[in-house]
Design a protein around this ligand. Structure first.
Ligand code: SAM
Length: 246
């Protein structure tokens, strides 16, 4: 990124956070970190497949600000624990961590080289309090060290909500929330997942639709409350989930 692009990204992030009513989060340190993350993402994307979005302005809008919207539908302050399932290049987990430094963040993905790169980003930008778990969510969710240990689980662009709930809800403590980032065209998907969510010990609390500031892109967060422990037999193996979704 050249100096003009770096400035443009900072402006978009600052204005976007104002647009969300979250200007106080956009301190110079947070903006600098998100800008550095954006630069490292686009650099690394030349050799590793991290994102299909290659324009810095689009990265700022469609990755950074998109993920920042979660701050308007969950209280993440106060040393909360969050696991980002299928984090890929770190979305939404890394953005949330940069905006809420007290967050205890776990990044989970089945692709280790992406996780290695994310730890490089944390080192380069001095982001502390991030750990990675390399593995499949359906296996990690059975591990007592991870099961029902988190205040929040997040996921964006990983799976259909029925399957995604089986991957994510086991990680969430009773009383915590699973935040699924979806499109506004997800009404049917949500209806189709209600029974599964109930079986897994959750309930759809609300849908939070938002416009990414400065764009006409409208996305949705499905907020699922964990109301009861997930029965021990879930999550099932991937093939079983695909063959017989709940
Ligand atoms: N969440 C990121 C985003 O919004 O840009 C990445 C989305 S990418 C399309 C999906 C990611 O989920 C990939 O990095 C993939 O390795 C990971 N993934 C898919 N299924 C998974 C599973 N069962 N367990 C762990 N990771 C998984």
């Amino acid at each position: 990124m050249d100096i003009q692009e770096i400035r443009a990204v900072s402006d978009i992030l600052r204005r976007g956070m104002e647009g969300y009513g979250l200007a106080e989060r956009a301190d110079p340190y947070a903006i600098q970190n998100m800008n550095g993350y954006c630069q490292m993402l686009l650099d690394k994307n030349r050799e590793m497949n991290l994102t299909a979005i290659t324009d810095p302005v689009d990265v700022a809008n469609l990755h950074m600000l998109d993920c920042a919207a979660l701050l308007n539908c969950a209280e993440l302050d106060g040393g909360k624990t969050l696991i980002d399932v299928g984090t890929g290049a770190g979305f939404p987990g890394m953005v949330l961590k940069m905006l809420v430094p007290s967050l205890e963040l776990t990044l989970l993905d089945s692709l280790n080289k992406r996780l290695d790169w994310l730890m490089e980003v944390c080192g380069e930008l001095s982001v502390q309090g991030v750990r990675t778990v390399h593995g499949r969510a359906e296996e990690a969710g059975l591990d007592p060290a991870l099961r029902e240990q988190f205040d929040f689980a997040t996921a964006r662009a990983v799976a259909d909500l029925r399957v995604l709930s089986e991957l994510c809800l086991p990680f969430v403590k009773v009383g915590g929330r699973f935040l699924a980032m979806k499109s506004t065209g997800s009404d049917e998907e949500i209806e189709g997942a209600r029974a599964a969510i109930q079986t897994l010990g959750g309930r759809v609390e609300r849908c939070f639709d938002y416009t990414i500031p400065g764009t006409d892109v409208i996305h949705r967060v499905v907020v699922v409350e964990k109301t009861a422990p997930t029965p021990a037999k879930y999550p099932r193996r991937w093939a079983k989930m695909q063959k017989a979704p709940l």
